[in-house]
Design a protein around this ligand. Sequence first.
Ligand code: C2E
Ligand code: MG
Ligand code: MG
Length: 244
Amino acid sequence: VHYQPKMDLADSRISSVEALVRWQHPTMGLLPPSEFIPLAEESGLISAIGELVLERACRQARQWHERGMGDIRVSVNLSAHQFRKGNLADVIDRILALTGLPAELLELELTESLIMEDMDQNIARLERLRARGVGLSLDDFGTGYSSLNYLKRFPVDTLKIDRSFITDLAHNPDDAAITRAIIEMAHSLSMSVVAEGVETEGQLEFLRQQHCDEIQGYYYARPMPWADLVQFLDNRSRAACLQQ
Ligand code: C2E
Ligand code: MG
Ligand code: MG
């Protein structure tokens, strides 16, 4: 599991890190999720993989919490399979109890298409998770087929604007308009906004001007193994101490 930090634009601190699974293949090297998640979805193995990632991420987040690195949350991506299985709340309860991570420090990332079907049942599922204090965010926002009518009923805390809108932000007025509109809509619905795939200073500045809450992308940090993340967090907190 690799981790990619998200930065809070208000205070330039790390607000959370996203757990991103990789497969260390014996002959093919490190494989990205696009190479094996679709197959894992198809075969049903994704539930087992998803639980492993969840447990690992919660355990490691608990460790950096114990090292006094502040209240940095950990976000974990959920697959459709895991979400629909019905026992997700039990799985989350078990893993939080096992790892000792406070529920408030866990955030789950779901995609629009995943929750837009079977709406009423999904809203109840989300409410059950949220009642525990777990944060919920809508990943890749803008690429699925969201019903705005349902969006207002979803108990989600955060919208993550898909990278496809961010990439050409500086040159494409349509992407800029859409990004601005998503930020405004999210804030009006009392949700916070994360921009994914921020790679340039120009994108960052645009997002800052539009009052986007957090950014994530190669400009700030790439996904990295746990040991590198610990180093990264240590360096950041040392730099912050020196500034005070
Ligand atoms: P995602 O959740 O939307 O994650 C963001 C993806 O964008 C990650 O790719 C990340 O490495 C990449 N990324 C971040 N910043 C930048 C940037 O500035 N530029 C570019 N070009 N890319 C950036 P990754 O790690 O390959 O993951 C791809 C997708 O696989 C994830 O998209 C997520 O949907 C899925 N995934 C990853 N880990 C898990 C998991 O544990 N469970 C499940 N179900 N899905 C996972
Ligand atoms: Mg994600
Ligand atoms: Mg995404």
